[in-house]
Design a protein around this ligand. Structure first.
Ligand SMILES: [Zn+2]
Ligand SMILES: [Zn+2]
Length: 169
């Protein structure tokens, strides 16, 4: 049984909005998802075609690439799907998003599988606890977000001084 589905048998012409609030487990999602997932769906029926525009917000538990601290970050995105009844010819005009055929006598459309796939694509490839994360000292391992460490301050300064002398001469 789908957790997110819309009844299309009695969907009238024009726009309709649906809001869903689900858990990652509802959609078969595990790591790194945490908390609730919100999916706002707009359906626009035009004749026998239905255009879906879905926007989602989720959050995940991540490990920062730079400082290795765990943090919770947002993931969001949207996608469009044009549903056309099986047996009808595909729309000629270019469609933004993907096109799916549904059985001509379909009563409902399940949104779970598409939502699961698109939400999985939203996991960021670069994971930073914040944009200006200072990271760890490569020598002593201190988290520079919590303050500087003595060893690197001195080494970095002396290196910079040497460089300044070089560039000046
Ligand atoms: Zn970080
Ligand atoms: Zn250090």
């Amino acid at each position: 049984m789908a957790v997110m589905q819309v009844n299309i048998a009695r969907l009238s012409e024009g726009r309709h909005s649906h809001q869903f609030e689900v858990t990652p487990a509802d959609l078969g999602l595990g790591e790194p998802y945490s908390g609730r997932i919100f999916v706002d769906v707009d359906l626009d029926r035009s004749g026998r075609q239905i255009l879906l525009h879905s926007r989602f917000r989720a959050s995940g538990s991540f490990i920062c690439d730079r400082c290795l601290e765990s943090f919770t970050g947002p993931m969001e995105g949207d996608y469009r799907i044009l549903y056309v009844p099986d047996g009808t010819s595909m729309p000629v005009e270019a469609v933004e998003g993907e096109v799916q055929t549904v059985p001509a006598d379909a009563q409902v459309i399940s949104l779970d599988e598409d939502a699961r796939q698109y939400i999985q694509l939203a996991v960021p490839s670069k994971l930073l606890c914040r944009d200006d994360c200072s990271g760890l000292c490569p020598r002593c391992g201190k988290n520079w977000n919590t303050g500087p460490c003595s060893c690197d301050q001195q080494d970095t300064d002396s290196r910079w001084d040497a460089l300044k002398k070089l560039t000046k001469s």
